[in-house]
Design a binder for this molecule. Structure first.
Ligand code: PLP
Length: 442
């Protein structure tokens, strides 16, 4: 399979290159040249398949031409070694729990998949050269990437995070791992961490010294595997005879997760329509209303993993529904709004939703899932069944959830284990010269 850039002026890449480079030369995002439709028989039998089985079929449609089938099978089964259940919350609203992976959030799947795919390509090259992944994080991405790459030989990961700016629960998830994971505690803010990573990728001397790559969420190997979740949601709903008139609602920030769902839809997944639920960062919501995309600086909210003012995957959604630029902006907007609607919620509304849902149903929402739940409660029409993604375990945001619901959320064993580990990190200034010197010594 070949991958083209959403900006249209970079050379076509194969999967290996798209995964290693992440971003195309023209700063565009890679798109697969084809989206293979899955046969009708697959959807008829999908309810009898396990998460791993159905995901392997989906993975084959994307990656089957480029990855040996035994290896792909191994990668999928290793990545999805946990549950992805659909839980009934009200008569017509179901929660798709994407938080049963190692760090209790949905990014685990993409991160692990990417780690294993990268390892596959490194082994094929067989030069014995170690690859170094640099990742800047404000909390969540770092833990998913660090755990996804943990123990994957041939790859070393450097996680850069702003000192004192990530929650203790998040921090322990990437500072206590050891092995091939190094946490770098930067005396600065998240933007400083990101600037250090960007400078490193552009530094000629450093790139001669070591092989550098990113594990950005825009990487095709991280975002495409998230499509597995939606096929599983359909399968589990079909098992209960609830697969007609399905509405899938995705709490969205950078729009990678919903983009993967839309790829699933293009492959034939029978979902009636989608809702993108936003917090107060409502750029996409406004685009749906006006047809104008106007990025702006993000504002801080309770659902902070969705605090994005210029969602990168918007470019992929535009590219998909404009048929790679063939349609006018008006026709593209029409195509998008006929399938996707939006919603936006303030912190006050998020709080109210969490409280009301807990009181009326006993279900504990985290602030991100709360946006998804509320968008369904507000937007479902007669006869429709809604499934929203609960993107993180409420314990990941324990301080907030406890305070809002006046409860004491139980911390799952996996998370508790991280918190018992010893924090190890390398202190770093925000000056690139210091970071470069450090890397040159590795
Ligand atoms: C990353 C994240 C989101 C947003 O997902 P996107 O793919 O960026 O739209 C939502 N909830 C949680 C908990 C996240 O970590």
């Amino acid at each position: 399979m070949q991958y083209y850039s959403t900006n249209g002026s970079a050379p076509i890449a194969d999967l290996h290159k798209a995964v290693v480079k992440g971003l195309a030369e023209d700063r565009g995002l890679y798109m697969p040249e084809r989206i293979n439709k899955l046969p009708k028989a697959f959807f008829e039998n999908i309810d009898k398949m396990s998460f791993q089985e159905l995901a392997y079929t989906v993975a084959n449609a994307f990656f089957g031409e480029d990855v040996d089938s035994d290896a792909l099978h191994d990668i999928v089964y290793d990545t999805l070694a946990f549950d992805c259940p659909v839980v009934k919350v009200t008569d017509n609203i179901y929660s798709l729990e994407l938080f049963h992976g190692p760090t209790l959030a949905f990014k685990d799947v993409g991160a692990r998949f990417m780690a294993r795919l990268l390892q596959y390509f490194i082994r094929q090259e067989n030069k014995g050269e170690e690859v170094n992944v640099l990742v800047a994080t404000s909390g969540d991405t770092g833990s998913a990437v660090a755990n996804g790459f943990l123990g994957v030989d041939g790859i070393h990961v450097y996680v850069l995070y702003p000192k004192g700016k990530v929650s203790p629960i998040q921090e322990c998830q990437f500072t206590t791992l050891g092995k091939n994971i190094t946490a770098i505690e930067v005396d600065g803010v998240f933007d400083d961490c990101q600037a250090l990573v960007k400078s490193a990728f552009m530094d000629v001397e450093l790139n001669h010294h070591m092989k550098l790559t990113s594990a950005n969420s825009i990487n095709v190997a991280r975002f495409l595997p998230q499509a597995f979740y939606y096929f599983n949601a359909y399968a589990r709903m079909k098992q209960q005879g609830k697969n007609e008139q399905l509405v899938m609602c995705v709490p969205s920030g950078n729009f990678g997760n919903i983009c993967a769902a839309l790829f699933g839809h293009q492959m034939g997944l029978p979902v009636k329509r989608f809702i993108a639920a936003n917090n107060a960062n409502d750029i996409f919501y406004k685009y749906l209303l006006s047809g104008k995309y106007e990025p702006k600086p993000s504002v801080q909210t309770l659902a902070n993993a969705m605090d994005v003012g210029d969602p990168s995957n918007f470019a992929r959604i535009l590219n998909l529904y404009s048929q790679n630029g063939a349609l006018t902006p008006e026709k593209t907007h029409e195509a998008i709004t006929s399938l996707i609607s939006g919603a936006t919620y303030s912190d006050d509304q998020i709080r109210k939703t969490m409280q009301q849902c807990y009181r009326e149903t006993g279900y504990t929402l985290d602030p991100h899932g709360a946006c998804g739940y509320q968008a369904l409660a507000d937007g479902l029409q007669e006869g429709e069944i809604g499934v929203f993604c609960e993107t993180a375990h409420p314990a990941k945001f324990k301080e907030k959830v406890d305070e809002i619901l006046n409860i004491d959320v139980t911390i799952p064993d996996r998370l508790a284990a991280f918190m018992k580990g010893e924090k190890q990190s390398v202190p770093m200034t925000k000056n690139f010269a210091d970071f470069k010197q450090y890397l040159l010594k590795q």
